[in-house]
Design a protein around this ligand. Structure first.
Ligand code: PLP
Length: 368
């Protein structure tokens, strides 16, 4: 990483070769299954990475904020799914995108949200394209797949003038509690089966629409039945991170992002180092539960990122005494983040490299 040593730290650096490899593998996996990949942009929120994930098509993406939706729309992207429970304060902005793009899609899990759509018919005979969010065990947003209310809401959406039921969406974030292939695939299978059962109920009620499930663990190790879905929507896979390597989605070598951090202090009275990466450079995600604390410190398996304040990190050895001659002030440590989505969010710019040679910068969009 010598070429990167001139960067001001803390700096988020992205290995372009790994990004391309991770993206290509997901594209090929989905092609093999015959399922449309609709990559999620939330991890990086940049144009350049979106181009890589969509193989330059600039079509068929998922976003988690309207800021992302506008950012991508303004740069020629279309077929955008805003996969977040329709927020009532943002109705007008959703309507503007629906009236501007060929295909802007929203998501909901409550009849009140459908009422909001009814109250704001789109101009020029356009339809609201709506995905119904199902909870298939993740325990976050979504109508529980087994509740009669789920089918009733789907029927209500399909039966509303000016509104089209575009699809059924289930995010299997519960794969994040898995360890290893078997557990990941058990959750992937369960989510797929629940969604396919629901699609069957819809068909029996005379309704057809698309189906989509996904998360990085499930889409990194898909089960056969996922080929019966229309789409999958993973996102983190383009960067991966330490968390994904522990779950079993990838190996540590697949992780495309690092935070470079400078040594700024020696504290021999505590057997600790200080680095310039606090929680504002890497986030507190992971809560320090790794044996190496809040990150993996590349090339230094005996070091632990023990704790952080906003701009300081405390590093100590897992065992023994620190040899300070190995870590002079001004030297760099390379942190592999626990959760790349959270870490990337802390940085206004990402430094892109190939084999340690700086290639340029990517600037993410921010806000909601
Ligand atoms: C609604 C939704 N869809 C898709 C994804 C992508 O999943 P992953 O980050 O595991 O790739 C997320 C991630 O949080 C999500 O919240």
């Amino acid at each position: 990483m010598e070429g990167l040593s001139a960067l001001c730290t803390p700096a988020l650096v992205v290995d372009l070769d790994k990004v391309k490899r991770n993206a290509q593998r997901m594209i090929e996996r989905c092609q093999k299954m015959g399922v449309q990949l609709r990559p999620h942009m939330k991890t990086h929120k940049t144009l350049e990475c979106a181009d890589i994930m969509t193989a330059g098509s600039r079509r068929c993406i998922v976003v988690s904020t309207l800021a992302e939706a506008f950012f991508y729309a303004e740069h020629g992207f279309d077929d955008i799914l805003y996969a977040y429970c329709l927020p009532f304060d943002k109705m007008e902005r959703c309507a503007a995108l629906s009236e501007k793009l060929d295909l802007f899609q929203v998501l909901l899990d409550h009849p009140d949200a459908l009422d909001q759509l009814k109250k704001r018919p789109l101009k020029n005979g356009r339809l609201w394209h709506v995905w119904l969010k199902l909870d298939c065990g993740n325990g976050r947003a979504g109508v529980l797949h087994s509740e009669p209310g789920a089918l009733q809401l789907a029927q209500a959406i399909a039966g509303t003038e000016g509104v089209e039921l575009t699809g059924v969406y289930a995010h299997c974030g519960n794969t994040y509690t898995c360890k290893g292939l078997e557990q990941i695939q058990a959750v992937a299978q369960e989510t797929t089966s629940f969604v396919l059962d629901f699609m069957e109920k819809l068909r029996a009620a005379g309704i057809t629409c698309k189906s989509s499930i996904g998360s990085t663990p499930s889409c990194s190790h898909p089960v056969k039945d996922m080929a019966k879905l229309d789409e999958v929507h993973p996102g983190n896979y383009v960067f991966y991170d330490v968390q994904q390597s522990i779950i079993g989605s990838c190996c540590l070598d697949d992780v495309a992002v690092r935070v470079l951090s400078g040594v700024i202090g020696h504290c021999p009275h505590r057997n600790q180092l200080l680095i310039d990466c606090g929680w504002s450079g890497i986030s507190l995600d992971g809560a320090g539960k790794l044996s190496t604390g809040y990150a993996v410190i590349e090339g230094h398996p005996n070091l632990k990122l023990l704790s952080m304040t906003q701009e300081h990190g405390r590093v100590e050895p897992i065992s023994g005494l620190l040899d300070y001659s190995k870590y002079p002030l001004g030297s760099l440590l390379t942190l592999i983040p626990y959760h790349s989505c959270a870490t990337a969010m802390m940085h206004p710019v990402y430094h892109i490299h190939s084999d340690g040679h700086l290639l340029g910068k990517w600037t993410p969009t921010r806000g909601w």
